[in-house]
Ligand binder design. Structure first.
Ligand code: AMP
Ligand code: MG
Length: 344
């Protein structure tokens, strides 16, 4: 398939909108990560997303809208949805609600619910407005690879597999949206942490439960509330090991373990000089925003250095956006976490 790589001028957005209206696939930038979009009302167009990514057919797509007001056309919003929409939309929040019949099951992976999100990125907004459709879009990476935070990531994974890729520069947040499932009038489950934090959700809703899959690997017989959480994800070819413990002890431990040239380190900017081998900085230890922005780029850079077989990574702090950084990193590590203690 011929892929057009374009900028985000008005003409190029109109061209992309036309491709979407005629059943094609368009990669577009959002504030979280790049998305791979198709018409959410057309089951066969949405089916092409799964084929292009190599995505399992039971892993549903998020439906992007220009305005939260449109949600009632596609699902059954509740008063709690309205409260969330007023505070966080447009923005990096996906809300799971019972779907209406117009949303094909291909989009929802056979579920009777649909994930709704209203992106704030100007190019995503312009595209939604220009095509006049809801856009079904997962992240624009090949399945199991880290989500794309720069256009070159999406080009590497999807060139030749989609009709158009729109370059909108690097994504500001760098991790995928927060996903919540509403379970009552004042209760919800956080299925995936992201740019809207647990603490922010607690300001709106009294009972916010964090799903077990955020912290730990699900057992073979356990059902994932967000089907995507059960799949291997974000994993570079090298094995990733996350190390947790008092900061100085973690530095000493990783220093000892990472002497081989085939060992890399994912650390904070402040600690970079402690290690001699290939080092990938997540940005400042004090900035979860920087860590979120850089994590997927680091994981892709590791993939670019074929001699690296193993990578040791510092466990981030889990407050605010740190919960999302921790979740993606431990998933990249297949939940392999080593705990170190302070030396006697
Ligand atoms: P991606 O945009 O690539 O991060 O993939 C979309 C994510 O949203 C996946 O983890 C899905 O499992 C999740 N998701 C989408 N729709 C639903 C739904 N109806 N119920 C639960 N999770 C969903
Ligand atoms: Mg994804």
């Amino acid at each position: 398939m011929k892929t057009i790589v374009a900028g985000n001028s008005q003409d190029e957005i109109l061209q992309a909108a036309k491709i979407l209206r005629t059943g094609g696939l368009v990669v577009f930038p959002t504030e979280t990560v790049y998305g791979l979009g198709a018409n959410a009302l057309d089951g066969s167009a949405a089916g092409r997303i799964y084929a292009a990514k190599g995505r399992p057919s039971d892993n549903p797509l998020i439906v992007h809208l220009a305005d939260p007001e449109q949600a009632k056309e596609y699902c059954f919003p509740t008063p709690l949805f309205e409260k969330l929409a007023a505070r966080f939309m447009p923005g990096p929040l996906t809300v799971i609600l019972p779907k209406k019949d117009c949303i094909p099951e291909t989009v929802t992976g056979g579920l009777d619910t649909v994930g709704i999100r209203v992106p704030s990125h100007p190019t995503a907004k312009a595209l939604l407005q220009a095509c006049g459709l809801p856009i079904a879009a997962p992240s624009a990476n090949l399945s199991t690879k880290p989500s794309p935070t720069r256009v070159e990531h999406a080009v590497r994974d999807l060139y030749g597999r989609v009709d158009m890729i729109i370059d909108g520069g690097p994504c500001i947040i760098g991790l995928e949206s927060t996903i919540v499932k509403l379970t009552g009038e004042d209760s919800m489950t956080l299925l995936r942490p992201g740019g809207v934090t647990y603490e922010q959700l607690c300001e709106i809703c009294r009972n916010v439960t964090v799903d077990k899959a955020v912290y730990s690997r699900l057992g073979d017989n356990e059902k994932a509330e967000a089907p995507g959480m059960k799949y291997r994800h974000y994993a570079p070819s090298a094995q990733v090991i996350v190390v947790e413990g008092p900061h100085e002890a973690v530095i000493r431990y990783i220093k000892q373990k990472s002497v081989a040239a085939s060992c890399g380190v994912i650390c904070f900017e402040e600690d970079k000089t402690c290690f001699s081998g290939p080092v990938f900085s997540l940005g400042s230890r004090l900035s979860t925003e920087q860590q979120a922005q850089k994590l997927f780029d680091c994981l892709r850079a590791i993939d670019g250095q074929k001699e690296i077989e193993r990578v040791y990574a510092f466990m981030p702090e889990t407050g605010g956006l740190g919960l999302a950084v921790m979740n993606r990193l431990v998933k990249a590590a297949g939940f392999i976490i080593e705990h170190v203690k302070e030396e006697e």
